[in-house]
Design a protein around this ligand. Structure first.
Ligand SMILES: Cc1cc2nc3c(=O)[nH]c(=O)nc-3n(C[C@H](O)[C@H](O)[C@H](O)COP(=O)(O)OP(=O)(O)OC[C@H]3O[C@@H](n4cnc5c(N)ncnc54)[C@H](O)[C@@H]3O)c2cc1C
Length: 416
């Protein structure tokens, strides 16, 4: 069924009885050309682009929970392509371009909202760093704009510009950045992939990876053995656990990241703002709630829940930036498990095992990457060679000394 104004009208007159399920609930077949482990944004997008761009439709996405139960439905919904390094920038810009056409491509309202993203700076040195980043973006054909203090103040007068320690001196803005309704992305990709014949199999946990003569022949799952020609891993926070089933040790640590939502308020924040003197980012949802978050919890964990230290840190940073936040009640918080790579950048690559492919290391920035990640992983799975925008995102870059260290923190996964 195609979604359109006409279909809403038609179903309105037919007592809403004409709607069909957005995707099927098939039983697994004995064998697939490609199996993707993980029905998050990246796994589902990969399946969609495998079918759409490469005509490979004998594909299964295996999800241990339900679609949208992982990080794709837990993030703070920010999209942007304001990256400095050449190993990252073209990839994230490809992603932003795909976001811009996503709803038409999927025939699904994902509420893509290009409301802009502003990164605040608080010192002269930070301004220099942001000018450098903005120039690098422009050299890659990406929009970037430096805002002075007066401009930022005219846009968001409620912020504390004269904070004694962290005065706001301006910001780097990417107007094409913004937010996208996260779970709609999972649903939209699932529906579109299913329509092209992909089997989305929920409640199907992969428990083992079977190999014969060095090649992967399939996976053991909670619904039995399923064979495949190629296996793609897109398990985000559980990447290292799944890779271990094929005796692969990944350069990844898993950490929790928390997000928070406040009570509904009248609209006052019409962009995304990122604090530059601590880790804090905030936007206002269409329902009026403030959606915000900060740093990861510093210890390793596979638990989807966080701890109080980060709650305090996030509240402190938020109030330093917008003092009136101290009077806002927060409603909910939750956690997701982040696959933190050693340099803060992702891996989209083949593995040393012939027909086993890896999509991982998204840290806490993988939502914005969803379309390009799926597009490029599908390219790799279909053609056996990396997409031109992911040639640097190799698994062996740490051994070879070619890290993509966007934030310049060195091999400290808990800091990226
Ligand atoms: C609180 C929070 C805020 C964030 N904010 C942002 C943001 O604003 N912008 C941004 O760009 N990114 C953000 N991120 C990061 C982003 O959400 C992730 O990097 C991205 O969603 C990861 O890719 P995914 O969608 O495929 O992951 P997931 O949705 O987690 O998909 C992986 C799936 O694999 C499944 N799986 C795991 N093991 C198995 C198994 N053995 N068998 C079968 N299935 C398995 C899991 O159940 C899961 O559904 C945030 C994350 C969190 C938690």
């Amino acid at each position: 069924m195609r979604y359109s104004a006409l279909s809403i009208l038609r179903n309105g007159f037919a007592r809403q009885l004409g709607w069909t399920s957005a995707w099927r609930f098939p039983k697994p077949k004995a064998h697939y050309d490609v199996i993707i482990v993980g029905g998050g944004g990246h796994g589902l997008a990969t399946a969609h682009y495998l079918a759409k761009e490469h005509g490979i439709t004998n594909v299964a996405v295996l999800e241990k929970g339900y679609i949208g139960s992982g990080n794709v439905g837990r993030n703070t919904t920010i999209i942007r392509s304001n990256y400095l390094l050449p190993g990252n920038n073209p990839f994230y810009e490809l992603s932003l371009k795909l976001w811009e056409g996503l709803e038409q491509d999927l025939n699904f309202n994902a509420m893509v909202s290009q409301r802009g993203v502003i990164n605040l700076f608080h010192t002269d040195a930070q301004r220099d760093a942001y000018i450098r980043r903005g120039n690098a973006m422009r050299l890659h054909g990406v929009d970037a704009e430096l805002l002075d203090r007066a401009k930022v103040q005219s846009m968001m007068p409620f912020m504390d510009f004269d904070n004694a320690r962290f005065p706001i001196k301006g910001g780097l803005m990417q107007r094409r950045g913004g937010t996208v309704r996260h779970d709609a992305v999972a649903w939209g990709y699932a529906r579109a992939a299913d329509k092209r014949g992909v089997d989305i199999i929920q409640d199907c946990e992969v428990t083992g990876i079977r190999r014969e003569n060095g090649r992967v022949v399939g996976v053991d799952t909670s619904q039995g053995f399923i064979g495949c020609n190629k296996l793609g891993l897109a398990a985000a926070g559980n990447s290292s656990r799944v890779a271990e089933m094929a005796d692969l040790k990944l350069p990844i640590e898993s950490h929790v990241l928390q997000a928070f939502v406040s009570e509904g308020l009248k609209p006052f924040l019409d962009t995304v703002v990122v604090y530059g003197a601590g880790h804090f980012y905030i936007s206002q949802s269409d329902k009026g709630g403030l959606v915000f978050g900060g740093d990861i919890d510093g210890y390793n964990s596979y638990a989807q829940r966080g701890n109080l230290a980060i709650v305090e840190h996030v509240a402190e940073a938020g109030i330093a930036m917008i003092p009136a936040l101290s009077r806002v009640r927060y409603l909910r918080s939750w956690g997701g498990v982040m696959d933190m790579s050693m340099d803060g950048s992702p891996i989209i690559d083949r593995t040393p095992i012939d027909n086993l492919y890896l999509n991982a290391g998204w840290c806490y920035g993988g939502f914005k990457a969803t379309p390009a990640s799926g597009f490029c992983f599908a390219h790799l799975l279909a053609r056996g060679e990396p997409h031109p925008t992911t040639t640097a995102m190799r698994l062996d870059r740490f051994e070879r000394g070619y890290a993509i260290d966007e934030r310049g923190y060195g091999p400290q996964p808990n800091l990226h």
